[in-house]
Write a protein of this length. Structure first.
Length: 292
């Protein structure tokens, strides 16, 4: 069973050649890291995951590139847990994909069905569901970056989150953290989220920085409170809170804001922007380096 791309040709190029060029342009962009990522070495354990945006590559690819540059520095994983919000309202509230492969223009990525089955067996909030993943872009757009950086030597566990509450994040994050710890997995967690949507760039930054402050403090309840009370239109708060839970439980206590930008930096229109952040979750005193 294979999940074929729903957004190739819209969010990112459908041609493998053009897709690679788009990814390389993201790394080399003036607002990107400024260089192509290094060849990944052995998994260092210095980073557990990143927050990564999911707009079209022309708007947010250069922000996403900062996170993937950092993962390249931290070494090659065996498995990546991919967490994305459910924008379309199809399927189960917390849906693990049950396809065996995800296909992109760069090739196929295998789903770790064993880990997926173990997650569903351990946590009753999780269920297998094709529908939640069929049209969703938030996870799909992360895969070409992972393929570009790590080749085909990793597997994925895709999880779509329509239910985005602190409790859901704690339970899903707890299962992921337990599996990583118990099995000694060489793993990353990618939380797919954009920040504020369709507001003036100044307002977006003010609101987003309040949310990012709570993310950097690993304050899950505080982040959720800011999003609700300040009306921050951050679409992937559930995936981000889940990554925060994993980081807290596994001792990755030194998050870093790698890049913050908005669509106006590309279009020149700062009146109604969508904003993006790349944030890494690191062990204190972990692997050196960063994408700036």
């Amino acid at each position: 069973m294979k999940r074929y791309p729903a957004h190739a040709g819209t969010f990112y190029p459908a041609s493998p050649v053009e897709l690679r060029k788009a990814i390389e342009s993201s790394f080399l962009h003036p607002l990107g890291p400024g260089s192509l990522p290094p060849e990944p070495g052995e998994y260092s354990g210095g980073v557990i995951g990143v927050v990564s945006p999911h707009a079209g590559y022309i708007y947010s690819g250069h922000v996403a590139a900062h996170g993937y540059f950092r993962l390249a520095q931290a070494g090659a994983p065996d498995v990546v847990f991919l967490l994305g919000p459910n924008h379309y309202g199809f399927g189960a509230p917390l849906a693990v994909d049950e396809n065996e492969y995800w296909v992109t223009p760069l090739g196929e990525v295998r789903v770790d069905t064993g880990l997926a089955e173990e997650m569903v067996a351990r946590e009753r909030l999780l269920s297998f569901d094709f529908a939640a993943h069929k049209f969703e872009h938030s996870i799909e757009v992360q895969l070409p970056f992972l393929q570009y950086v790590f080749g085909d030597g990793f597997t994925i566990v895709p999880i779509s989150m329509m239910l985005q509450t602190p409790e859901a994040a704690a339970r899903v994050g707890g299962v992921i953290a337990d599996l990583i710890a118990e099995r000694g997995l060489k793993a990353y967690v990618v939380a797919s989220s954009d920040m504020s949507h369709y507001v003036d760039a100044r307002i977006a930054r003010e609101k987003d920085m309040r949310a990012i402050e709570r993310i950097l403090a690993l304050d899950v309840e505080g982040l959720y409170g800011v999003v609700i009370e300040e009306d921050v239109s951050m679409c992937g708060v559930g995936p981000v809170m889940t990554l925060m839970e994993v980081a807290r439980r596994l001792g990755y206590t030194a998050p870093r804001l790698l890049k913050y930008a908005n669509s106006g930096d590309v279009t020149g229109d700062y009146r109604q922007v969508v904003a993006y952040a790349s944030i890494s979750f690191e062990a204190a005193g972990g692997a050196e380096g960063g994408s700036g």
